[in-house]
Write a protein that binds this ligand. Structure first.
Ligand SMILES: CC(C)(COP(=O)(O)OP(=O)(O)OC[C@H]1O[C@@H](n2cnc3c(N)ncnc32)[C@H](O)[C@@H]1OP(=O)(O)O)[C@@H](O)C(=O)NCCC(=O)NCCS
Length: 194
C-alpha cells in the first residue's frame, strides 16, 4: 500500500539503507533469524542461536572479504544478507553461497530487492565469480526474488529437508557474477577458516 493510499493511522515507512553490518546489529539479526528458522520447521525445538557464534562467523567472513550486509529502516534492522564459501576446498574459492533474511514485519516491502543486488555487487567486487542459493521449493517469494536478479534453477534436491511432518525439496539456484567463468580469476586470499 503506498503512502498516499494508506490509512491515516498507518505510519509511512522510511527509506531503507543497506550497509555493512556491525557487531551491534547482531542481536537484531539473531531475532530475525530465530523467527524464520523456527517457523521454517514447525514444532521442532531449536537451540537458541548464540550471539557469540554470529559474531565469530561475521568476523571470519569479513576477514575473507565476504560481505555481511544489514538493511536499516527508521533505525531498525529490517533484514540482512551474507555470503559464505560454497565449499571449503580451495578449488571452489571463487564460489559463494548466500543467505538473506527480512524482518517478519517488513517482508514483501522491497527489502530483499535492495539487499540481494547489494550482496551480488559486493561479492563480485571482492573477486568472486559464482553465487549459489539453496531455496525451499515452496518459498515462492525467495524463488521469485532470485529469478528477478538473474539466478537460474540449476538443481532440485529432493526430500532433503523435513518440516511440518513432510519431506521438503530445495532448489539450487546459481548466477555468474563479475566475469563469471569467461576469464581467468584474479587471485583472492584463501584461508581454511570459515
Ligand atoms: C524471501 C525474502 C528474502 C524476500 O524478501 P522481501 O523483502 O520479502 O521481498 P521484496 O519485497 O523485496 O520483493 C522482491 C521480490 O520477491 C517476490 N516476492 C516478495 N514477496 C512475495 C510474496 N509474498 N509472494 C510472491 N513473491 C514475492 C517478488 O518477485 C518481489 O518482486 P516484485 O515486488 O518486483 O514483484 C523475505 O521474504 C524473507 O526473508 N523471507 C523469510 C526468510 C527466507 O525465506 N529467506 C530466504 C531463504 S533462501
Amino acid at each position: 500500500m503506498s503512502a498516499t493510499s494508506g490509512s491515516v493511522l498507518e505510519k509511512p515507512r522510511g527509506a531503507v539503507v543497506v550497509r555493512p553490518s556491525t557487531e551491534s546489529d547482531v542481536p537484531a539479526m539473531i531475532a530475525i533469524y530465530t523467527h524464520h528458522i523456527t517457523r521454517g520447521v514447525g514444532d521442532v525445538v531449536i537451540e537458541p542461536t548464540q550471539a557469540d557464534d554470529i559474531k565469530r562467523r561475521r568476523k571470519n567472513m569479513l576477514r575473507r572479504r565476504l560481505p555481511h550486509l544489514a538493511a536499516e529502516r527508521d533505525g531498525v534492522i529490517v533484514g540482512y544478507a551474507y555470503a559464505v564459501p560454497f565449499r571449503k576446498r580451495p578449488a571452489y574459492r571463487y564460489a559463494v553461497k548466500h543467505s538473506i533474511y527480512v524482518h517478519p514485519d517488513h517482508v514483501s516491502t522491497g527489502i530483499g530487492r535492495l539487499l540481494l543486488p547489494a550482496l551480488i555487487e559486493a561479492c563480485a567486487g571482492a573477486g568472486y565469480r559464482q553465487m549459489f542459493a539453496y531455496v525451499d521449493a515452496d518459498n515462492v517469494a525467495s524463488l521469485s526474488l532470485h529469478e528477478a536478479h538473474g539466478f537460474r534453477r540449476v538443481g532440485l534436491l529432493e526430500g532433503v529437508g523435513f518440516k511440518y511432518g513432510k519431506w521438503a525439496d530445495s532448489v539450487l539456484m546459481q548466477r555468474a557474477i563479475g566475469a563469471g567463468a569467461s576469464t581467468p580469476p584474479v587471485e583472492i586470499a584463501y584461508s581454511r577458516t570459515t
